[in-house]
Design a protein around this ligand. Sequence first.
Ligand code: NAD
Length: 364
Amino acid sequence: MSSYKIAILPGDGIGPEVIREAVKVLHDLESTDTLSFEFEEAPVGGYAYDKTGNPLPSATLTLAKKADAVLLGAVGGPKWEPLDYSVRPERALLGLRAELGLFANLRPATLFPPLVDASTLKRGVIEGIDIMVVRELTGDVYFGKPRGVSKNEKGEEIGINTLVYSTSEIERVAHVAFKIARERKRQVTSVDKANVLEATELWRKVVSRVQSEQYPDVALSHMYVDNCAMQLVRNPRQFDVLLTPNLFGDILSDEAAMLTGSIGMLPSASLGEGSCGLYEPIHGSAPDIAGKGIANPLATILSSALMLRYSLNQPQAAHRIETAVGHVLKKGYRTSDIYTEGMKKVSTKEMGDLVREEMGELTV
Ligand code: NAD
């Protein structure tokens, strides 16, 4: 029996509603798989600020550091927008990433066949896509120095950000991408702008060296970011793992995600050196629908599947959740964000229960 300690951080808005369903799904795994979980919940984001004056209280951080993995709902909302940046709910995410040393962000863009018509692209282009974007998370123009707005010698205002990457920063995220590719189709496309940006010329060189020295069984190709943006909508099926620097990945991961249609379906993982990771849906706290019981819990349920695969080394349990989600969609059940004429509209709780029921039907 494998036992895991999971930090549960529901957060704000629809966060607690979708987290509740994911936790129930994980609980159900305990009865049929050789798994057990110890869930401990802690406040984060605006809810934590209201309680303690800090969006990431030290007790929450301590819990996250002790856990085998962290499952987070969402943070933020209009109530906290007037606050100073230093205590805004979103600061909690940056704090968690920094304190847990999370440098690789994983976003799968997988199309569940029953949702093929939710995409804005033609069926023939997107059918069968299964892409994993591995984005570097702690470097690039977001963190490089010098930065800021100052004046030049003519007294004119200038804005500066610096694209900087060290060899070790590139190496560690490249290892993540190649290891993940080994579990998939063994193809990595590394994205850069090596024709004009020296920092990404280094990126290309280091990624190539890591591949040739340690992952000769994984095919590596390089692509300029502008071409990649185009190829993602022209022929997305060509991609398996997309490895990107932080800024390019910020944009390309949203583009790849939207190939699949709905924000309520998309999970993410952030990984560091050890096995601990932070798992969360890519959507925010959706204040417009919070409390109505209509949010789609599937992105969070699928985030818990990523957690089982990448932090807890339980790929079969992960597969079971993903398969159950596919079956529920195939049977025509939809939350309102993915609803189309002729389907059966269900609430957040009903969707969670349907996934659990379907898991019960699957042979272990
Ligand atoms: P959002 O993702 O919360 O919502 C965008 C739209 O998608 C809304 O119409 C919402 O109703 C819908 N939506 C999102 N998730 C859904 C779900 N699971 N089911 C059904 N519909 C869903 O983005 P936003 O409105 O720009 O941001 C709202 C708040 O969330 C802001 O305070 C923002 O800072 C915060 N935010 C947090 C995170 C995070 O916690 N990681 C990410 C993005 C935004």
